[in-house]
Design a protein around this ligand. Structure first.
Ligand SMILES: NC(=O)N[C@@H](CC(=O)O)C(=O)O
Ligand SMILES: [Zn+2]
Ligand SMILES: [Zn+2]
Length: 430
């Protein structure tokens, strides 16, 4: 299929320009004003719409294989497409864990066969994501892994982390770290603080994150290996990353929409849709995350889309698993609060950079540009029409989102992956 996207507000190399985009053979064929439709082209009127490189989300959980009651590659990638994402990184906490060349190759094939968007596959860092043997990083890279992570748990042993960083760097793979010191967790379910006391539930202290981050920064310095921190949640972490970067240590970091938008004070009660790992922290932490993103300490935004079943999430703060969905609410909630809101904190181009080129840079992904010759991975957003987030409209199987019921701007109108229309709002509504 060939398309001509007419007259959009196009995010092009860090600027917004009004222009047309010609899509031919899965690629951006031309940009220009007043391009005349060719005979084989379907014209899309994008007047007053935002047209951007498809969003890049380096951190999602697709649950497939192993927990397909929560999500599948098909539903998780459809959720990504509905959120405007065209490239996602799939975490390896599936069953079996992709921890060798055969299992990674199998995942890559499943992702290609069942995915609606480009799905990049993480291998684990250690065998079965457990203490013990490291994965053969060269082998999993050859099998198609784009990065390594034990997400869902931190690597508890320092020597293992040292060797993992050195090995991943040697193989040319980014190591993405879930940073959590198990011995300091003490059964916590939300942030330690007044809210946990009010609700009478065990709290998670900041040092669960920062104590391991301090170790990891030291190990990144010792090895010279690139270290990417997943879902930064505390002000102290931001400070430590800022210092590490100033010292020339090759650290990058991501923050989630929910840690930017919510603090533990906003937890309305015993509601598991506010339970995730790391937990929502204090308002001061939230403000530090916003500042860290704005000053370049935090490099990019990643959703940590973590679907769970309604049955599991009905079990309250203490009984339910950690995690909330994010793919379908990331752009509109962030845009509405931080760009379009009464007290804007980001420009639209900043937000788009953090959701396209910046994550692509952290992981060496070839995505996030609309220059001619690039893959036609494109999202079209409506910034003008308010819409209410409804769980029954999610493409994800997971309905565990604290943002349901919010009225937002920035809903996705259309998503193209390699020139193929994979999501269109009008079709979804039929
Ligand atoms: N973030 C979460 O709360 N949960 C994630 C695991 C993870 O990202 O650590 C999950 O897989 O459910
Ligand atoms: Zn994690
Ligand atoms: Zn995760």
């Amino acid at each position: 299929m060939a398309y001509l996207l007419k007259n959009g507000q196009v995010y092009l190399e860090h600027q917004l320009v009004t222009c047309d985009i010609r899509i031919q053979n899965g690629k951006i064929a031309a940009l220009g004003t007043d391009l005349t439709p060719l005979a084989d082209e379907t014209v899309f009127d994008c007047t007053a719409k935002l047209v951007t490189p498809g969003l890049v989300d380096p951190h999602v959980h697709l649950r497939d294989p192993g927990q397909t009651d929560k999500e599948t590659i098909a539903t998780g990638s459809a959720a990504a497409a509905r959120g405007g994402f065209t490239t996602i990184g799939a975490m390896p906490n599936v069953i079996p864990v992709p921890d060798d060349a055969t299992k990674v190759a199998d995942m890559v094939q499943r992702n290609t066969e069942n995915g609606l968007v480009h799905i990049l596959q993480f291998s684990s860092i250690t065998k079965n994501r457990e203490a013990g043997d490291l994965v053969d990083f060269q082998a999993v890279k050859q099998a198609g892994a784009f990065a390594v992570s034990n997400d869902g748990s931190g690597v508890q042993d320092a020597a293992t982390m040292l060797k993992a960083l050195a090995g991943a760097a040697e193989a040319g793979l980014t190591l993405a770290a879930h940073v959590e010191e198990d011995s300091l967790k003490f059964g916590g379910v939300i942030n330690a603080g007044p809210k946990a006391e009010e609700l009478g539930v065990p709290g998670i202290i900041n040092a669960v994150e920062t104590s391991q981050l301090a170790r990891d920064i030291a190990l990144s310095e010792a090895t010279g290996a690139h270290y990417h921190m997943c879902h930064v949640s505390t002000a102290a972490s931001v400070r430590m990353i800022r210092q590490a970067k100033a010292a020339g240590i090759p650290v990058t970091a991501e923050v989630t929409p929910h840690h930017l938008l919510l603090s533990d004070e906003m937890i309305p009660g015993n509601d598991a849709n506010y339970k995730m790992n790391p937990p929502l922290r204090s308002e001061a932490d939230r403000q530090a995350l916003i500042e860290g993103l704005c000053d370049g300490t935090i490099d990019c935004i990643a959703t940590d889309h973590a679907p769970h079943t309604a049955l599991e999430k009905a079990k309250g703060l203490c009984g339910s698993p950690f995690g909330i969905t994010g793919s379908e609410t990331a752009f509109d909630t962030l845009y509405t609060t931080f760009v379009q809101g009464a007290q804007p904190r980001f420009t639209l181009t900043q937000l788009l950079n953090w959701m396209t080129a910046a994550p692509a840079r952290c992981f060496n992904i070839d995505a996030g540009t609309l220059l001619p010759g690039a893959a036609a991975d494109i999202a079209v957003f409506d910034l003008k029409t308010p819409t209410t987030i409804k769980a029954d409209e999610f493409a994800s199987k997971g309905h565990n989102s604290p943002f349901v019921g919010q009225t937002v701007y920035g809903q996705t109108i259309a998503t193209f992956v390699s020139g193929k229309l994979v999501y269109r709002k009008d079709d979804a509504q039929k």
